[in-house]
Design a protein around this ligand. Structure first.
Ligand code: ZN
Length: 216
């Protein structure tokens, strides 16, 4: 299947979706579908930097350091690996949607990336009373930045209630989310888009049904 290029995505003024409440799912939501055709929202390293910044996963100055020191080849290899990991996150979403377990290959790949990133957990003191878990991320090293991405996958399967990871119920929509609503009844990526479209379809069917009944 063909993928719409970055230029055409930019022309359409498309931006990222941050509707998932979970960064690995937000990453999965950077490959969407428009009328059944895959639409890439993260076509190059520049767009990845923009996504990381918008996702709040790293400070801008650190991301800039990467864009200043990596070669074009490193950027391209990184993007290939990123798309591969994103495809694996999508496999997890599909598996969970079918009430199947998280594929072992996802766990193995996440661990491999974390080990390669040397993601050894440490404690960082914010002040005398506040501490946080961290690991030394080196933005001049692509492998290290992969650790950041693998960490979002680790958070997905370790910290989330996996029964609440869902795909939008609209059959035309590929967006996924982590349902953090109180009653866990979230059905749509966005009420404004797929929720309202569903309501309109129900309404149209109702109107068509009642006019059919009136026909002789
Ligand atoms: Zn949707």
């Amino acid at each position: 299947m063909s993928t719409i290029t970055s230029e055409s995505a930019a022309e359409k003024n498309l931006d990222f979706f941050f509707i998932a409440n979970q960064p690995a799912l937000d990453l999965a939501n950077t490959l969407i579908a428009a009328k059944g055709v895959p639409l890439e929202l993260m076509p190059n390293f520049h767009s990845f930097c923009r996504w990381v910044e918008k996702a709040g996963l790293a400070p801008v100055d650190q991301i800039k350091r990467a864009s200043q020191t990596w070669s074009r080849l490193q950027e391209e290899a990184f993007m290939d690996g990123l798309r591969d990991y994103r495809a694996r996150v999508k496999e997890v979403i599909v598996a969970l949607g079918n009430k199947k377990p998280v594929p072992n290959s996802f766990v193995e790949e996440t661990n491999r990336l974390l080990i390669e990133a040397n993601a050894v957990v440490q404690v960082e003191a914010h002040d005398a009373k506040t501490f946080r878990r961290t690991w030394p991320l080196n933005w001049s090293q692509p492998k290290s930045v992969f650790g950041l991405i693998a960490e979002t996958g680790l958070q997905l399967i370790c910290d989330c209630d996996l029964s609440l990871v869902r795909k939008c119920e609209s059959p035309d929509c590929v967006l996924a989310f982590y349902d953090t609503t109180k009653n866990h009844k979230r059905r749509w990526c966005s009420m404004d888009v797929c929720g309202n479209r569903h309501k309109a379809t129900l309404h149209r069917r109702k109107v068509q049904g009642s006019s059919a009944q009136r026909s002789p």
